[in-house]
Design a binder for this molecule. Structure first.
Ligand SMILES: Cc1ncc(COP(=O)(O)O)c(C=O)c1O
Length: 394
């Protein structure tokens, strides 16, 4: 057999490999100062506690931790997630929650449940590649919506929704990946109003809302304003505990949640019970709050240094987002340089970043790049920005 083409599904023809995976290999070479990563720093993982709790739940609760579990998730964990979500303004109970294998699975399940080939999903320019991959994998069409410093530009969303029927809007209002932006509450309200007017649903993906480094950032969820059940809210423990514990969740209106549950039965029966048991125990013990504080403290200083160094080296040459939370700042070069064409020079100079183009579904964004402050120590961040400045001075 030379080709398997006749075996692939129509959806498989729409699969998009991640355009930024290729850069991932750059992040493990110690000679390269990497702003290219997209992952949390392992130093933030509460590894000792996870090891203790893992041992405890395996030894003491094998009939739960090592057994199949309910598709909707470990009941006590669903309770804890509902409690946590109420602090984010969401009016919910455990019955409104499904635990998923990371929030990525929630994206895939929602796409499976809601999208037919050719359906239009509006996404932010730029957007998270794992989100767009889930929609492409269902042969959806993606329409880009402009953002500014306040988040989605309502006029742009109106224009997209007026041109063609959109079924779904995918948004990351809190410290978006990749842009690092926080959408204002006014914009959130305007977006929801447009959802009513044009009758589309909204996925609110919120893995970064707890990672706040400044006072006064209003991360109150969009779902808290939603009176008609249009918003599907996604949360995750990946950025505050550890992404290897594949534990996320979705909160949505009951008819939507019921279908998503059935999609999940077919996908994996239940999310990993050992992962859920560990997360459940840590959260029930009240360990999440202090852990979130530690993670914030860990990133706050690094973020400050990266922004300070950008000011030193790039003022007048570029703009960047303030990264008041999350893991990223997003840089837009003034002179229109295509950042993808400089990546080889950058790597040869010992620094790496992610060119921004792949995050834009409309093919724009060539003069942008995503930088994370998560990986490197303070001195290497300083040196890395200096190297970056030399690369872009050429
Ligand atoms: C915006 C966004 N959504 C979802 C995910 C997936 O997270 P997880 O599946 O680990 O919860 C990520 C991971 O980086 C992300 O940045």
């Amino acid at each position: 057999m030379t080709s398997f083409d006749s075996f692939f599904s129509r959806d498989a023809a729409s699969f998009r490999p991640s355009a930024i995976r290729a850069f991932a290999k750059l992040i493990n070479d110690p000679n390269i100062i990497s702003f290219a990563g997209g992952v949390p720093n392992p130093d933030t993982f509460p590894a000792e506690r996870i090891a203790q709790v893992a041992e405890q739940v395996i030894r003491e609760r094998r009939a739960i931790a090592l057994q199949y579990g309910p598709t909707r998730g470990l009941p006590r964990l669903c309770e804890s997630i509902a409690t946590l979500s109420r602090t984010r303004g969401i009016d919910c109970t455990a019955n409104d929650v499904i635990v998923t294998t990371g929030s990525q699975q929630a994206l895939d399940l929602i796409a499976h449940t809601l999208l037919d080939p050719g359906d239009v999903v509006a996404v932010e320019l730029p957007t998270y590649i794992g989100g767009s991959a889930s929609f492409f994998a269902r042969s959806a069409e993606l329409a880009g919506v402009q953002q500014d410093d306040d988040g989605i530009v309502p006029e742009s969303l109106r224009e997209v929704a007026s041109r063609r029927r959109i079924k779904l809007l995918y948004t990351i209002p809190n410290f978006q990946n990749p842009s690092g932006r926080l959408m204002t509450q006014e914009r959130r309200a305007a977006v929801l109003q447009l959802a009513e007017e044009f009758d589309f649903l909204v996925i609110e993906d919120d893995p970064y809302g707890e990672l706040v480094y400044v006072d006064g950032a209003d991360t109150t969820s969009m779902q808290s304003r939603d009176t008609s059940g249009r918003v599907l809210y996604l949360g995750s423990f990946s950025k505050v505990l550890a992404p290897g514990l594949r534990c996320g969740w979705v909160i949505a209106a009951k008819p939507l949640l019921g279908k998503i549950e059935i999609a999940k039965q077919a996908a994996d029966l239940c999310s990993g019970m050992l992962d859920q048991s560990i997360v459940d125990e840590l959260v029930a013990n009240g360990e999440l709050g202090p852990q979130v504080e530690r993670v914030r403290a860990f990133y706050r200083g690094k973020r400050g240094i990266l922004i300070e160094e950008l000011e030193r080296h790039f003022t007048g040459k570029a703009e960047w987002t303030p990264a008041d939370g999350g893991l990223f700042t997003f840089v837009t070069m003034h002179d229109g340089v295509d950042t993808a064409t400089r990546i080889n020079d950058a790597v040869a100079s010992g620094v790496a970043y992610i060119p921004g183009g792949p995050f834009f579904v409309d093919g724009s964004g060539a003069n942008t790049m995503r930088l994370t402050f998560a990986k490197e120590g303070d001195e290497r961040i300083r040196e890395g920005v200096a190297r970056l400045a030399r690369v872009f001075a050429q």
